[in-house]
Design a protein around this ligand. Structure first.
Ligand SMILES: [Mn+2]
Length: 321
C-alpha cells in the first residue's frame, strides 16, 4: 500500500460545507466592528422593552439571521443585481440594550445606530419590537440634519400618545414621537396596511391629523404594486427615506410570529410584490421589526419572511446607487 492510498479521504474543495452552521450573520455576511467603508451596515436592535403583550422580539435579530443563511445574493426582481457586488455590506452584530428599562435602552440603541450613520453607512436594522424605531430615527435624522420621509408598513399606526397611564415610549408610540421631534416630515410620509379593531374611532384619524398619508390594507391592495410604488415615490419626493417594516402588516398565515397579529392582511407574495416594485427612493435607513420567534410557526416562516424583506430592502438600495 503506497502513501497515496493510506491518506485519509478528503472531499474536494467544491464539496466543502458552506458556512451555514454556527453563529449566523445576516446572509452570511462578514462580521465587522465598525461601519467605516460600508454602504450598508446590518445591526440588530434586540429589545422588547416596548412590547405591551407578547414579548420575545428581543430574539428577532437572531431568528432573522438564522433564517437568512439560505438567501442568495442575486435578486431576479431587480434586474439580477448582485447585491453584494453593488454594495459593501457587513453585519455589526447587536446593539447593547438594558432588558426591562426603556430609556437607557433607547440611548444605547441610538448610540449604536449613530456609529453606523457617522461612518456614512445606511443602517439596516433588525428588531426588536417597534419601540426601537424612535432610537433609529433620532440617529438617522440627526445625520441627515433634516426630517426624513417615512414609509411605514404596519397593521397599526403606532401613533398613540402614551400607554399604561403615561409611558411615552413603546411599540405603539414611535411615529407620534417622530413627528413631535421633527424626525420625520409627515407631509412626505405614508403609513400603509392599517387594519383591524381599534381602541377608539379616532385611532386612524390621529395619524392623519399628524399629517401622515394613511392607506388601509384594503386601500393598499386595491392598487397594483407599480401604481402603489409610484404613489410612494411621489409622496416621498426625493427626501431621504426611512423605511420601517412591521411584520404584522402581513397576514398571520404568513407571519404568525409577531406581537400583535391582525387577521386579513396581504400574503407574503402580495407584500413582497409591493417591496419589489418600490423605486425612486433615497434610502437613508430601514428596519424590519416585530419578529417574535417565540410565537413563530413551523419552519420559522415569520423569520424567513423578515429575512426576505430585509434582503429586498438591500436590493432596493443596490439598484438606487
Ligand atoms: Mn408597529
Amino acid at each position: 500500500m503506497d502513501d497515496e492510498q493510506q491518506r485519509p479521504a478528503r472531499p474536494p474543495d467544491s464539496l466543502a460545507l458552506p458556512r451555514f452552521c454556527g453563529v449566523a450573520t445576516f446572509m452570511r455576511l462578514p462580521q465587522a466592528s465598525e461601519a467605516t467603508g460600508l454602504d450598508v451596515a446590518v445591526l440588530g436592535l434586540p429589545s422588547d422593552n416596548g412590547s405591551p403583550y407578547r414579548t420575545g422580539a428581543r430574539f428577532g435579530p437572531k431568528a432573522i439571521r438564522d433564517a437568512s443563511v439560505m438567501l442568495r445574493p442575486v435578486n431576479p426582481y431587480r434586474g439580477n443585481v448582485d447585491v453584494f457586488s453593488a454594495l459593501h455590506v457587513a453585519d455589526l452584530g447587536d446593539a447593547a440594550v438594558v432588558p426591562g428599562y426603556m430609556p437607557p435602552t433607547l440611548l444605547q440603541m441610538e448610540a449604536a445606530v449613530r456609529r453606523v450613520t457617522d461612518a456614512g453607512a445606511c443602517p439596516l436594522l433588525l428588531g426588536g419590537d417597534h419601540g426601537v424605531s424612535i432610537a433609529a430615527l433620532r440617529a438617522v435624522a440627526g445625520r441627515h440634519r433634516q426630517p426624513l420621509a417615512l414609509v411605514h408598513f404596519d397593521a397599526h399606526s403606532d401613533t398613540w400618545d402614551a400607554y399604561f397611564g403615561g409611558e411615552r415610549h413603546s411599540a405603539g408610540t414611535p411615529f407620534r414621537r417622530a413627528v413631535e421631534e421633527s424626525l420625520v416630515d409627515p407631509q412626505r410620509s405614508l403609513q400603509l396596511g392599517l387594519r383591524g379593531s381599534l381602541f377608539s374611532p379616532d385611532d386612524v384619524e390621529q395619524s392623519r391629523r399628524l399629517g401622515y398619508e394613511v392607506l388601509s390594507t384594503d386601500e393598499m391592495l386595491a392598487e397594483t404594486p407599480p401604481t402603489l410604488a409610484d404613489r410612494i415615490a411621489r409622496r416621498t419626493g426625493g427626501a431621504p427615506v426611512y423605511l420601517s417594516f412591521d411584520l404584522d402588516v402581513v397576514d398571520p398565515a404568513s407571519a404568525p410570529g409577531v406581537q400583535t397579529p391582525e387577521a386579513g392582511g396581504p400574503s407574503a407574495r402580495e407584500m413582497l410584490a409591493i417591496l419589489r416594485n418600490l423605486h425612486g427612493i433615497d434610502l437613508a435607513g430601514a428596519d424590519v421589526v416585530e419578529c417574535n420567534p417565540l410565537f413563530d410557526g413551523p419552519g420559522a416562516v415569520t423569520a424567513l419572511l423578515g429575512a426576505t424583506v430585509a434582503a429586498e430592502i438591500l436590493a432596493l438600495k443596490a439598484v438606487s446607487r
